[in-house]
Design a binder for this molecule. Structure first.
Ligand code: SF4
Length: 221
């Protein structure tokens, strides 16, 4: 399984299927943000990251322009990651709270982080065709991560994608739980830890910690 996941990671990194996103991810890496002008941006699709034996899959939307499109690791190097990784550390899924750089020693336990779309989209909005182009990677990843019992969907778009095959329609909301079926894992919705949510108070530290407490509770059942 480990070798298959490694192979999948390499296929993701090499992908150039969406012309608009290939052009955008490379332009962001050329123009850069002033604070990072000395850095070489990753500017490629970002593969999933975490524990090969994960019991929990975390699904986000897409790489941040100056976060994982810069560092090459999911949720790394921007405000979203700086909110997510400390929460994972408090809940026992990470060995440290700091996840700000690709080679910072961060290790995840029991958890794998991935996204619906692997390339940074303009305005954080991949179009339908781009999502369809990319969703095969997520499906393959889910098959290979065969210890997964549950999914945390960060934001509505991730929720809509991962609950597509469940039949029962359940609207996205923070803390909404779609129960596991005989063949599919449970799905827990959470507001995305984006700056727009965390800096407006829509998603607080306590609200986010409650999601991870719920995940630990579900894993014990
Ligand atoms: S978004 Fe996905 S399918 Fe499109 S180029 Fe990036 S990795 Fe490939």
């Amino acid at each position: 399984m480990k070798s298959s996941l490694n192979e999948l990671q390499q296929n993701i990194i090499a992908c150039r299927k969406c012309p608009r996103l290939v052009a955008w991810r490379e332009e962001v890496g050329r123009v850069k943000r002033k604070a990072y002008r000395e850095e070489v941006y990753w500017s490629k699709p970002v593969p999933g990251f975490g524990d090969f034996e994960a019991r929990v899959l975390v699904v986000g939307l897409a790489p941040g322009a100056h976060g994982s499109n810069r560092t090459g690791r999911m949720f790394t190097g921007d405000d979203s990651g700086n909110f997510l990784y400390p929460a994972l550390y408090r809940a026992g899924f990470a060995n440290q709270a700091n996840g700000s750089q690709a080679h910072d020693g961060l290790k995840l336990t029991n958890l794998w982080i991935t996204a619906v779309c692997r390339c940074v989209p303009p305005d954080n909005k991949p179009n339908r065709e781009e999502i369809l182009n990319c969703c095969g990677f997520l499906e393959t990843e889910m098959k290979l991560l065969d210890s997964v019992q549950g999914i945390v969907a960060l934001g509505k778009l991730a929720w809509d994608e991962v609950t597509r095959n469940y039949g029962a329609a359940l609207a996205f909301g923070h803390g909404v739980l779609l129960k596991a079926t005989a063949s599919l894992p449970w799905v827990l919705g959470s507001y995305h830890p984006s700056r727009q949510n965390t800096q407006t108070g829509r998603l607080t530290v306590d609200m986010f910690d409650a999601i991870w407490a719920k995940v630990n509770q579900l894993l014990m059942n």
